[in-house]
Design a protein around this ligand. Structure first.
Ligand code: HEM
Length: 381
């Protein structure tokens, strides 16, 4: 059966979780207005993500490294990327992220309404990513403005606006890598972006287009995800003040497990795309070859067939948690994101005696197709 999502959205008060929870009761797959098949069930989404032969990631006419690649090409670039996202490569940045988080959280005004997504999450994400990539701190206002423009464009689903913000972001990346690549000092420079510029595949340096695509993936998508995740975590703290004490005392690994579970129940990283390479049967549906498919992680992570009534159980649910995906395209930035989110949460808890809802304001959800919150208005005590 075909369901046109836009009608359902207007009926269900614009919360992607409510919408997909309701759809999942009756359908395993729905179709949106653009003709994309949206997979809703944990089992189907997991199976599709693990089946990279019948579900290809080559979904865009634009170069997407490594997320839009399949097979051998994907493996080649994935190896390059994983070198920079391993525990060993990331460990030296832990003190840097801690310093950034502590400085930001202690500088936040008390007794003033703040939006945890834009005033805390976005600022932390930009500062932490700039420090990690070796980008100048002076870029911060430009990146924050870009994040706002990007969200506006995504909300509008207007393809011209979306193409413009994508171009704007590429221009920011080019302003960094062009001088670097043409500089005599590239061999000596020792920050992550310069190391990436020296990387090779098949015995040749990465091209400008490949570098832009990798860096776009590491920043463009990620800054927004980290900011939205911080919003979801702060909203959880707001709604569960009795947990603040135990979370402040939790070990790093305990807190990371709790954050994974918070994000499972309200996953703001909504979906990724695939295209079928042959006819595929999904339940009672026949998807033709070339069908555009969305793996809706937000829905999968709330499926009662796996998570029963969605009680909060970090350890019991860890193995089935799909916040960072599964299969060959599983998020290579998981450790980086996990550390950044845990460090930001620890610094926030250390700097505040209370987190309360700003008077006369309420939590404001993002509009589907986006997940998470647009505004988490808080007063820090
Ligand atoms: C909370 C933050 C994040 C979430 C929830 C998240 C989630 C995901 C998910 C679900 C996928 C699977 C995509 C698919 O199957 O098509 C993915 C892929 C990816 N993520 Fe993340 N991610 C986050 C942060 C990051 C960070 C910090 C980086 C790196 C700096 C990163 C880099 C990537 C890349 C390069 C891919 C594509 C991998 C491939 O195609 O092989 N992510 N992410």
């Amino acid at each position: 059966m075909t369901i046109y999502l836009s009608n359902e959205v207007s009926n269900l008060n614009s919360d992607l979780r409510t919408l997909t929870d309701a759809l999942r009761q009756q359908h395993d797959v729905v179709k949106n207005e653009a003709g994309d098949w949206i997979l809703l069930r944990h089992a189907d989404i997991k199976a599709a993500a693990l089946d990279d032969t019948r579900f290809s990631s080559q979904v865009s006419r634009f170069l997407q490294v490594p997320n839009g690649l399949d097979g051998h090409q994907h493996r080649l670039f994935r190896e390059v990327i994983e070198r920079h996202l391993s525990r060993e490569a990331l460990s030296p940045y832990l003190p840097v992220f801690k310093k950034i988080a502590a400085e930001l959280m202690s500088s936040l005004p008390k007794n003033t309404a703040l939006n945890a997504v834009s005033d805390i999450g976005a600022v932390f994400a930009v500062r932490a990513q700039c420090a990690w990539l070796g980008w100048p701190a002076a870029l911060e206002p430009k990146l924050l403005q870009w994040m706002r423009d990007n969200h506006r464009a995504t909300r509008s689903q207007n393809s011209t606006k979306m193409a413009q913000v994508a171009q704007d972001f590429d221009d920011i990346i080019l302003s960094i890598i062009r001088p670097l690549r043409s500089s005599d000092d590239l061999a000596a420079a020792d920050h992550l972006t310069s190391r990436l510029c020296r990387e090779q595949v098949d015995g040749r340096l990465l091209s400008e287009a490949e570098l832009v695509s990798i860096l776009r993936n590491w920043t463009g998508g990620d800054l927004g995800s980290i900011a939205l995740c911080v919003g979801v975590i702060v909203a959880f703290l707001l709604q569960h003040p009795q947990q603040i004490g135990s979370l402040s005392r939790a070990s790093d690994t305990e807190l990371e497990a709790v954050i994974d579970e918070i994000l499972r129940i309200d996953d703001p990283f909504v979906s990724n795309r695939r295209v079928t390479t042959c006819p595929v049967t999904l339940g009672q549906h026949q998807l033709p070859s070339g069908a555009r498919v969305q793996l809706n992680w937000t829905s999968a992570n709330r499926d009662s067939a796996v998570f029963a009534d969605n009680t909060f159980a970090p350890h019991a649910h860890a193995a089935d948690n799909l916040v960072y995906g599964i299969g060959k395209h599983v998020c290579p930035g998981r450790l980086l994101a996990t550390w950044q989110l845990r460090i930001a949460t620890q610094a926030l808890l250390a700097c505040t005696s209370s987190i309360t809802l700003a008077p006369d304001q309420s939590l404001q959800r993002e509009q589907p197709p986006l997940g998470g919150y647009q505004n988490v208005p808080v007063i820090l005590g």
